[in-house]
Design a protein around this ligand. Structure first.
Ligand SMILES: Cc1cc2nc3c(=O)[nH]c(=O)nc-3n(C[C@H](O)[C@H](O)[C@H](O)COP(=O)(O)OP(=O)(O)OC[C@H]3O[C@@H](n4cnc5c(N)ncnc54)[C@H](O)[C@@H]3O)c2cc1C
Length: 458
């Protein structure tokens, strides 16, 4: 088995900066990531992007090249295509790569596993032709695939970004069906604290919206009661906006309701989690240096709460320096400077969280809406077993097998928490989340059987 001082899961901005700081301090550092190149979600495949892709994806994306180069040169070992499927409390990590599983033991662990898009259960969301805005962007960043006439449904900065990127690429979306209620704007503006990062984000957001408007894309504000309709695949989206029922014929629908922390690894490690009312999701509890309730387990980046790429990069540096300091390899004098930059960077969040809170259609879906896509159970079935006495997610799992499919609850977890909390008249905190168990991702039985027989040298 390989041993290292620090292992990092996730090669996005947070994981890369944590690795840079740890390696610089002389710690043996290994970064594992399931993608095939460093960059995470925002800088996905940036090293391999063509100049055409760079021009479509914009300056923020291209900026990632510098960080990826710094990471490549930092001396940390990097294992690409490595999917971590288990971590135990002794900090032994098991990851799968090229069909073989390998164990790694570490003194400190940084969970930098980022965010996932908030699942958006609504009528018709499981039909072929329905995907997420992030998935559209993944196709843009990777193979450069694009499709004309996508209808975007939901809310959040990423929705506008992907729509604007598709326009630049010459593939116009059909429409934007936005779910932000008009009343939210005033409440959100009250949360705005102007400083230089906030102003820069507001300008970027306004430019994206303007690009979409200038391209003549129809925008339907304040949409409610949304459904994707179709026999065998998506054929149309129906919704109410400005007091009227609308129907848009479309074969491709991209749903988006913001992003939420990917909490599978911190849950597996039994780190304490708390419900974040503003982001309407669970986040691991950690101190200002990123250390969780489990000693020597740190979180950095969006996996600890959504803050965006720049905040993720700062958090990674803070965590890396803190680990080096704890191990007696570095002074702590510049952590304070990074912490104050991080606070400034995060000051846009209360505004964004108030404006782009998930719509009620999503948090309280109709009875017939499928919630667990793996087991095809509905909101109504969850409510029925709550009425029978199920008190939380793990009991609902026993009744309905929710969260037992290949996604291990990543897709249904938050929606099911909200449904149970509402039905029981309790807080999401009281309902809590699935007890996450390995394997975190689907695994072939032969790979499990062969565990320990093949050693991959990082
Ligand atoms: C689909 C999607 C697209 C996004 N696009 C943008 C964008 O264009 N612009 C923007 O500003 N923000 C974007 N975001 C938000 C964005 O993710 C960030 O704010 C930023 O990338 C967070 O950085 P991070 O380092 O915390 O995590 P990430 O960049 O998400 O990196 C996390 C990494 O962890 C890896 N990982 C997760 N679980 C495992 C595991 N079990 N084993 C191994 N590796 C694992 C993932 O493959 C990923 O590479 C996007 C988010 C999503 C979900």
């Amino acid at each position: 088995m390989t041993f290292c001082d620090v292992a990092i899961i996730g090669g996005g901005p947070a994981g890369m900066t944590a690795a840079i700081e740890c390696a610089r301090a002389g710690l043996s550092t290994i970064l594992l990531d399931e993608q095939h190149a460093p960059g995470g979600q925002i800088y996905r495949a940036v090293e391999h992007a063509s100049s055409h892709q760079l021009s479509i994806l914009g300056k923020d994306y291209e900026e990632g090249l510098e960080l990826v180069r710094e990471f490549r040169a930092c001396g940390a070992a990097y294992v690409a295509g490595a999917t971590v499927w288990n971590v135990n409390p002794e900090l032994r990590i098991i990851y799968s790569k090229d069909g073989a599983s390998t164990e790694l033991a570490t003194g400190a662990l940084v969970v930098a596993s980022g965010a996932i898009e908030r699942p958006t259960p609504m009528p018709g969301w499981t039909l072929p032709g329905v995907m997420t805005a992030g998935a559209c962007q993944i196709m843009l960043k990777g193979p450069g695939l694009l499709d004309d006439g996508v209808t975007f449904v939901g809310s959040g900065p990423l929705l506008w970004l992907v729509a604007a990127q598709m326009i630049t690429a010459g593939t116009k979306p059909r429409a934007i069906v936005e779910t932000v209620p008009r009343s939210r704007y005033v409440a959100a503006l009250r949360k705005l604290r102007l400083n230089s990062p906030t102003v820069s984000y507001l300008k970027k957001g306004a430019a994206l919206m303007l690009a979409v408007k200038r391209a003549g894309i129809p925008i339907y504000p304040g949409a409610t009661r949304i459904a994707v309709v179709g026999e065998k695949r998506a054929e149309a989206v129906t919704f109410y906006s400005s007091g009227h029922l609308h129907r848009i014929e479309t074969a491709l629908v991209a749903l988006h309701q913001g992003v939420v922390p990917n909490q599978q690894i911190s849950r597996l490690l039994r780190c304490d989690h708390v419900w974040n009312e503003n982001q309407r999701c669970f986040v691991p509890r950690f101190d200002q240096f990123g250390e969780t309730s489990v000693p020597n387990v740190f979180v950095a980046g969006d996996g600890g709460g959504i803050g965006g790429a720049r905040a993720a990069a700062l958090q990674g540096r803070i965590v890396g320096k803190r680990i080096a300091q704890k191990l007696g390899r570095a002074p702590s004098h510049d952590i304070d400077r990074l912490l104050s930059k991080l606070r400034a960077e995060l000051s846009i969040r209360p505004f964004l969280e108030a404006l782009y809170a998930p719509s009620v259609d999503i948090t309280a879906p109709a009875d017939e809406t499928i919630i667990c896509r793996c087991e095809e159970t509905t909101a109504g079935q969850i409510r029925a077993v709550v009425d029978l006495g199920a008190t939380g997610l793990n009991q609902v799992k026993s009744y309905l097998r929710n969260g037992m499919g290949p996604c291990q609850g990543r897709v249904c977890g938050l929606a099911a928490t909200e449904i149970i909390a509402e039905r029981r008249g309790e807080t999401p905190s009281a309902v809590d989340y699935y007890r996450i168990r390995p394997p975190l991702k689907p695994l072939a039985l032969r790979e499990l059987a062969a565990l320990g027989k093949a050693e991959t040298k990082p």
